[in-house]
Every structure is written in C-alpha cells, then in structure tokens.
Design a protein around this ligand. Structure first.
Ligand code: PXP
Length: 247
C-alpha cells in the first residue's frame, strides 16, 4: 500500500491569526490551502482545534468538513468542550493529543497508559458516532499496549525525537529502532499505524524502513516550503519523498 499524506494546515491559520486575530475573515485561508493540497494528491487534511484557538478556529473546521473531499482528521485534546464539538462535526477520524498551553507545538506523546479510563470513554463515544480514533503516542511499548487496551483504531507515532536527532547518526538510529519496534508491536496487536511531527523532505526517505505505516501527517515543513515554491509544489515534493514505500 502506498504511504498516504495527510497535510496539517494549522500553520496556514497561524499566519492568518498573526494579522487578523479575532476577525471573521483574513488571509491566508486554511480551507483554500486544504483544497489545493487535495488537488495535488494529499489523501487527508489534519487540523488541530486547540483549547486556546491560537490557529484553527471552529469555523475553519466547519468549512473543512463541508468542503474537503478526502478525510478530515481532527486533532484534539481530550476535553469535554472539544469532544462535544467533534461529535457535532463528525470528522472521519480524531487524533487525541496532549495539550499544554505553553508549548509551541504538541511536544510529547499522550500518556495513554495513565489515562485509560478517560481515553476509553472518549474512544467509545467517537466510535459510536462513526468516528475512528487515533492516539498520538511516543514509540514506547507501554503506550502501544495501552492504545490497544483503549480500543483505538490507529496510533500516530510521534516522530519528533527522530526528527530532532536526524543529524546525529547514533541517536537517529536509536530513534528509528524505537519507531520500528513500536510499529511492529502495534501491527501485531491489530492497530493501524500513522506517524508525524517534525517530518520534512530530508528525513522522510529514511523513515521508509519503518514498517506498517499507513499515513504521515505533515504540516510545518510543507507550509514553510510553500513560502518559497508554492503550496502545490511543496505537497508534490513531499509526495515524491514518500514514493516507493514498501510497507
Ligand atoms: N501529528 C500531530 C499529532 C501533531 O500534533 C502535529 C503538529 O501539530 C503534526 C502531526 C505535524 O507536525 P509538523 O507540523 O511538525 O509537521
């Protein structure tokens, strides 16, 4: 199966909010960006509705739901307000992430093992509404087992440490081995495996040695590249880096 690309369009909204915060309109529009990504081969769109609404706003998610033709992946913290919102919007999938207001981006994986009851309850409510559930976790065997116990359909392996150590060969190898082991364990348990965070055209090719990956969720590097080469070309460039994945 070819590796699917899900584009995270949060950073398009970050740019808009830098100028138009609190206004109902402004550029650049994340929904338009999502449609461009789809038109050149992205198979999913990811948006993170954060509690502090620093980038994506509710109305963006409503419009994404209405206008995109692929899959909407709503990233969210497990809080009552956002859970109710997700149940109303009905994305194809939600990815539950830890959320700390002070962080620049989603810095660590979810402590699935430490929140079995709360995450299982949300997982059930989402599944009952026809929404699949993914858990954003570090490549840690305890968290993979917990994701299985919670009943998630997917895990998304946090590739932040891999990306961070990419230029240090020994550390990079350790991170790759953790990702490989976690992907194999998850696959054996019947979980589907996505990955994301900090990925770019330079570090994606080596990630091909991680087995069982279904989708990569990539945002910052694509939006950054689009400043110089345009969004269509930036998505195409990433699709090229993902080509030939053997599974
Ligand atoms: N996946 C998850 C769960 C994330 O929280 C993020 C960051 O918002 C990404 C993927 C995309 O990371 P990046 O913007 O570094 O590509």
């Amino acid at each position: 199966m070819p590796l699917k690309l899900g584009v995270n369009i949060d950073h398009v909204a970050t740019l808009r909010e830098a100028r138009y915060r609190g206004q109902s309109e402004g550029e650049p529009c994340p929904v338009e960006a999502a449609l461009i990504c789809e038109s050149v081969g992205a198979l999913g769109i990811t948006a993170h509705l954060r509690e502090d609404r620093r980038h994506i706003q509710e109305q963006d998610v409503v419009e994404l739901r209405r206008r995109i033709k692929t899959r909407l992946n709503l990233e969210m913290g497990n809080t009552p307000e956002i859970v109710e919102f997700a149940l109303k919007i009905r994305p194809e999938i939600v990815c539950l992430v830890p959320e700390r207001r002070q962080e620049v981006t989603t810095e660590g994986g979810l402590d699935a093992a430490g929140q079995l009851t709360a995450l299982t309850e949300t997982r059930k409510r989402m599944n009952d509404a026809g929404i699949e559930v993914s858990l954003f976790i570090a490549p840690d065997p305890v968290q993979v087992d917990a994701s299985m116990a919670i009943g998630a359909q997917f895990i998304e392996l946090h590739t932040g440490a891999y990306a961070e150590h990419f230029h240090r060969k020994r550390e990079r190898q350790i991170e790759l081995e953790r990702l490989i082991a976690a992907a194999k364990q998850a696959h054996q348990l019947g979980l589907q495996v996505n990955a994301g965070h900090g990925l770019n055209c330079e570090n994606v090719p080596l990630l091909h040695i991680v087995p069982h990956l279904v989708e990569l969720n990539i945002g910052h590097s694509i939006v950054s590249r689009s400043v110089f080469i345009g969004l269509e070309a930036a998505v195409r460039e990433m699709l090229k880096a993902m080509e030939g994945y053997a599974g």
